[in-house]
Design a protein around this ligand. Structure first.
Ligand code: SF4
Length: 312
């Protein structure tokens, strides 16, 4: 008789509307325009997704100068700076923009704040493509803060003309603390509170908060480059549960599971469900397994596709 394990699946988990839209844009572009189509940066942060689109003819590049003249050019879900957009125009590259509309909303918010005469602060993680894109959407310098300590060190030109925006995939708890510190230090600052953190990030974090109270171990399926997946793992740890970020079942170490009779599984917004099913199948090969899905929010959001991929 094999050992038994109970699995609880987070609800919601996995793909968000922005990721589904970005993948559909690349697939439709391949169908309409034929391979290759060029995607600047990983379309979403997931190796399985990127490899599968690559096998269909997508070519992933780091910069626009790797794209030949006339090459169909797709911007990733994370968004790009105005300079990248301008460079593409200068080269007359046919662009299809897969930036998530919720990231575009933050770009516009930052631009509106600057137009109103405010210095703009971005709460986010240095080096993330979304942060590079949002920072490059305003004319002046975007001040980046990633922690409460960064706020302590922050120098601004005029504390009475100050606003902030945030990355869409941050930890709700950490961002609350940073915003509270900003408001304490700069009482006149304006900003969206937590509303820039997208629905998918908030829903997945809420689900993990609930899941963590029921499980002995948490497996988060997602890439190490995926901001929202990392935040799910961090949250599990903060809730006192041993939490691991894995690409797929091959990353699981059996010693993690030895004393874990209830295993929680979630996946980041860029991780396809097939990876979750692979992890469950692997656990079924080791143990006698029962699987339960949490009650949770069901998401029905769908974003409009850009016109370039709506042609027959
Ligand atoms: Fe858009 Fe949120 Fe998904 Fe990012 S995680 S692509 S902001 S819906």
């Amino acid at each position: 008789m094999p050992d038994s394990r109970h699995i609880i699946l987070a609800q919601p988990r996995g793909f968000c509307a922005g990721v589904e839209r970005a993948i559909e844009i690349v697939e439709r572009a391949l169908t309409i325009y034929g391979a290759p189509v060029y995607v600047r940066h990983e379309i979403v942060h997931n190796k399985y997704v990127v490899d599968s689109l690559r096998s269909k003819g997508a070519v992933f590049v780091s910069e626009l100068d790797e794209i030949p003249t006339g090459g169909i050019t797709i911007f990733s879900a994370h968004g790009v700076s105005e300079k990248v957009e301008d460079d593409a125009k200068l080269r007359h590259l046919p662009v299809i923009d897969a930036t998530c509309p919720l990231v575009t909303k933050v770009h516009k918010e930052a631009q509106r704040n600057e137009a109103e005469g405010n210095q703009v602060i971005l709460i986010g993680h240095a080096g993330h493509p979304e942060v590079e894109g949002t920072s490059g959407r305003i004319k002046g310098e975007m001040l980046l803060v990633s922690s409460v300590d960064d706020v302590d060190r922050l120098q601004v030109s005029d504390p009475t003309h100050l606003s902030y925006v945030t990355q869409t995939t941050l930890s709700v708890d950490d961002t609350s603390a940073i915003i509270a510190k900003l408001k304490e230090k700069f009482p006149a600052i304006t900003g969206p509170d937590l509303r820039d953190i997208c629905y998918a990030t908030q829903n997945r974090q809420n689900a993990v908060r609930e899941l963590a109270s029921k499980v002995d171990i948490l497996l988060v399926i997602g890439s190490t480059r995926s901001s929202n997946s990392n935040r799910l793992r961090d949250l599990g740890e903060e809730m006192g549960v041993a939490s691991y970020l894995i690409n797929n079942e091959h990353d699981i170490k059996t010693e993690w599971l030895e004393n874990a009779s209830v295993i929680g599984i979630t996946s980041g917004a860029s991780a396809p469900e097939i990876l979750t099913q692979g992890v469950i199948a692997y656990l079924q090969s080791l143990y006698s397994v029962t699987v339960e899905t949490m009650n949770g929010v069901s998401e029905n959001i769908k974003f409009k596709l850009p016109k370039e991929v709506l042609v027959a």
